[in-house]
Design a protein around this ligand. Structure first.
Ligand SMILES: Cc1cc2nc3c(=O)[nH]c(=O)nc-3n(C[C@H](O)[C@H](O)[C@H](O)COP(=O)(O)OP(=O)(O)OC[C@H]3O[C@@H](n4cnc5c(N)ncnc54)[C@H](O)[C@@H]3O)c2cc1C
Ligand code: FES
Ligand code: FES
Length: 473
């Protein structure tokens, strides 16, 4: 991996200044789950990463007429927001199956869109919901319909130094339903194909229809000619068959490591048909009302147009520096390099070898630690971002007199450990799960550890170990 400087500007203006200073050799980083992987794979080699995490007002979910999402809103917060689960259903479904808990705990909705992947799971729901994205930059602020945002694989209509600050969705009309479906190697994986539908139903007649499909063309697409065919009609099996056939004709998939062109074409029709059927079913459900103003997640500072405070960024702040944080309950001050990830800080500099390195790209979960109680992949977590936070590694679970944590005891007692390489990461994900949900179902447990791979146990004993530990809580 090429070394880079890492900047944490406190304001948008400071961020633009850094981007202009590096003249195309810097890029923004939100959760880093796309961009840091690309740096590690040497697909990009920026001189500097400019973090958006420290900028106020970019995070939050606000219901006021429509819905406003801060671009830096974590997928984990969206996954838990009742308004997405009940009303903006397709989007709630999409974030619930996007990657795995460790990724969702740091990844953002803005990052998912700005990355410009044709397979981005937030894209089809936001396309059918006719979202508008807000872009702010040195040249001012503009609002762009999401339909015009994507321009090619990995490309979008943002200009140099612009930041996506918010995503706005229109109010949900009565009789509206939406749904998202996805086909992947496993459900919480990059999509082979994904699709979303939104309908407004009046009795059995579809008054409005919006359809979108992803990973079958250079950009996620809206199927406007098929929408026009559905509108004004009753939803019957022949119409649904026609929707599937026309989708298969319309898409332009490619063959890659995830799928063949032929399979993608076939499945795209099936998925659009399924999404449409599920959206109609969703339209028939009672929806809990949401008040005129409802803040689902605390917003740092509402999406205001007011003037921003502009402190001058320390030009040296992207270089090696001392950070202070809490590690397993102890205050730590340590000098770190800007390109250093938390994993190497913990293992190589601080000597705690319990946390393992497997893939180093967010795939295996061997490096899982808790940051402020949330399980994250430390191989993708910039060490600079740990400043001021509380980090817990597997060593931090030991109680008085080095007594094992009940979860660790349960893994030993129920055969949840074989070679043991995945075990520290697995236990940290289980810990995060039980802290939030002390009585999980088997499905909750499997979802909670879906970001942790084990090559030995077949997962049965791991799930049993977590179930038994939960009983002892
Ligand atoms: C193991 C793994 C599994 C994954 N599975 C899925 C999956 O199932 N579905 C899916 O859709 N994705 C998946 N991803 C991809 C990734 O996690 C998502 O796209 C995620 O939402 C990216 O968000 P981020 O905040 O981490 O973006 P980052 O990596 O920080 O940024 C992505 C890009 O957007 C730019 N950017 C970010 N925010 C802004 C902003 N506000 N304004 C301007 N530019 C910005 C950055 O410069 C960068 O180019 C997966 C990734 C991994 C590692
Ligand atoms: S996810 Fe970090 S080492 Fe595999
Ligand atoms: S016990 Fe060997 S990888 Fe899980």
């Amino acid at each position: 991996m090429k070394k880079f400087n890492y900047y944490q500007p406190p304001t948008l203006e400071a961020a633009y200044g850094l981007m202009e200073r590096f003249q195309g050799e810097a890029c923004y980083v939100a959760g880093g789950t796309d961009v840091i992987v690309r740096v590690k794979q040497r697909a990009v080699a920026p001189e500097a990463l400019v973090s958006l995490r420290g900028i106020d007002g970019l995070k939050g979910i606000q219901v006021n007429g429509g819905l406003a999402l801060g671009s830096m809103t974590l997928l984990r917060d969206m996954e838990r927001a009742p308004v997405l689960l009940q009303q903006y259903h397709a989007l709630g479904q999409a974030v619930g199956v996007l990657a795995n808990p460790q990724i969702r705990n740091v990844a953002t909705v803005g990052g998912n869109l700005c990355n410009g992947a044709p397979s981005a799971d937030c894209a089809p729901p936001l396309l059918v919901m006719e979202a508008v994205v807000r872009l702010e930059g040195p040249g001012g602020t503009r609002e762009v319909p999401i339909l015009d945002f994507f321009t090619g694989p990995g490309e979008n209509s943002m200009e140099n130094a612009e930041v996506m600050t918010a995503i706005r969705l229109p109010e949900y009309a009565p009789g509206t339903g939406s749904a998202f479906v996805k086909e992947g190697r496993v459900q919480q994986d990059i999509a082979i194909t994904n699709a979303a539908a939104l309908v407004v139903m009046e009795g059995r007649t579809c008054r409005k229809c919006r359809l979108s499909v992803g990973a079958v063309a250079p950009i996620p697409v809206r199927l406007t000619h098929i929408e026009a065919l559905v509108e004004g009609k009753e939803m019957d099996p022949e119409l649904l068959e026609e929707v599937a056939r026309l989708t298969q004709e319309a898409v332009r998939p490619i063959t890659d490591v995830r799928s063949t062109e032929a399979y993608r074409r076939q499945i795209s029709g099936v998925l659009v048909q399924r999404a449409l059927r599920a959206a109609v079913a969703d339209a028939r459900k009672e929806k809990a009302p949401t008040g005129p103003v409802q803040v689902q997640v605390p917003i740092d500072k509402a999406f205001t147009d007011g003037p921003r405070n502009i402190p001058v960024t320390d030009p040296e702040s992207g270089q090696k520096k001392e950070i202070h944080f809490t590690l397993n309950g102890y205050a730590v001050s340590v000098e770190v390099e800007p390109h250093q990830m938390l994993l190497h800080l913990i293992r190589d500099q601080l000597g705690l070898k319990g946390t393992k390195e497997g893939c180093s790209q967010g795939e295996c979960g061997a490096c899982t630690v808790l940051v402020d109680g949330m399980n994250v992949d430390s191989c993708l977590y910039p060490a600079f971002e740990a400043a001021g936070k509380s980090v817990t590694t597997v060593e931090g679970l030991l109680g008085e007199g080095n007594r094992l944590d009940p979860l660790q005891e349960s893994f030993v007692a129920h055969g949840g450990v074989q070679c043991g390489f995945c075990t520290p990461g697995m236990i940290m994900s289980a810990k995060a799960l039980l802290n939030e949900n002390p009585h999980p179902t088997e499905a909750d447990i499997r979802k909670g550890i879906s970001g942790n791979l084990c090559r030995c146990t077949g997962y049965v004993q791991i799930v049993e170990s977590i179930q038994e530990a939960a009983k002892r809580k």
